[in-house]
Design a binder for this molecule. Sequence first.
Ligand SMILES: Cc1cc2nc3c(=O)[nH]c(=O)nc-3n(C[C@H](O)[C@H](O)[C@H](O)COP(=O)(O)O)c2cc1C
Length: 359
Amino acid sequence: MMTELVNIRDHVDDVIIDLRYGTENNFTGQVIYDFSDALLRKGTALRLRRASLYLSELGYRLKIWDAYRPVSAQLRLWEVYPDPRFVADPINGHSNHSRGSAVDLTLTDKDGNELLMPTGFDDFSSRAGRTYEGISDEARRNALLLEDAMKKAGFIPYPEEWWHFDDKDLYDVVDQGKKKGDKVMGEVLQVIRERRSIRKFTDRRISRDDLAVIAEAGAWAPTGKNTQSYQLTILDDTEEIQSLAKEIGKALGNEKYDFYRPQAFILCSNLKIEEGGTNMVADTGCVLENIFLQAKSMGIGSCWINQLKELSDVPAIREKLRSYGIPDEHIVWGCAALGYAEEEPKAPERRATVKFADL
Ligand SMILES: Cc1cc2nc3c(=O)[nH]c(=O)nc-3n(C[C@H](O)[C@H](O)[C@H](O)COP(=O)(O)O)c2cc1C
């Protein structure tokens, strides 16, 4: 796979790695990320290898200052230096560094001594740009040599920074290790794409704090006329979850029925259609989808459980719902089974019809 993130060292011989944002030796004076391996998409690393082989024949080596940069590091840089000419604004889109397809680098001789270049790394003056004005002939020659090698290998030189090159090929933002509470715009679609219905869970518990955040996401869902007439009821006692599943299994004639043995179960109940109208069902869909996406963004798997909507008024089941505090006039329109995924299924084929109505 050309899209996987790889260590540059495994693909480029003789490369020197000096990740400046992994140290305090950068313009912020702060450690921006806590790793020292330079990572790139495999396709990008192979292009870099091509540039390195070409330069090596001429007696030079590549020195890498920055490669893959996690979105959290990009946010940090933007906080410290919010100038869009030099730092990509993570709210308006992501740096190619966060896609693993941009690299900041310079040239050294065979012994690792840096060649004279127009400026130092992350010099935000106009001299860093590719007009190469106001600098010595030697610095211009060296910068042009690097630019030429990188262009030949399939990179696009960034006009404002002599050290920055972007792969010609485009990649999505890399989603690695997102934590609870990350609120990076533009990543919503990524969470949407990567959510899958999980039907096999580990026995790892979900904390009540995390369950509260997941339920809060449900509570921010849109509802028709903002009636918010639904109730979210959270079960996190696995014995009780299985006891409810058993009652449903009895009604279905399936004694193995177990909701996929989740660690938590959220019942989304709302008025019956005769009392609340059909928005009751649509509202539940919005609430549950928010729940699934929030859970996914926290590394927690989920699956819609559908059977209660026909069975809420079965006496033994109604009795259970009553014991959870669910009003008798409510139907449980949908449920979320939640837990850490034992298996992440592949995305099933999408057959949705989407088109612009061009008249
Ligand atoms: C209204 C609705 C009811 C569903 N009911 C169930 C269910 O009872 N059991 C189940 O395993 N999955 C259920 N699902 C999950 C779908 O099977 C699943 O979303 C679909 O196959 C697409 O897979 P994905 O969620 O991984 O993208 C339901 C989904 C929706 C929207």
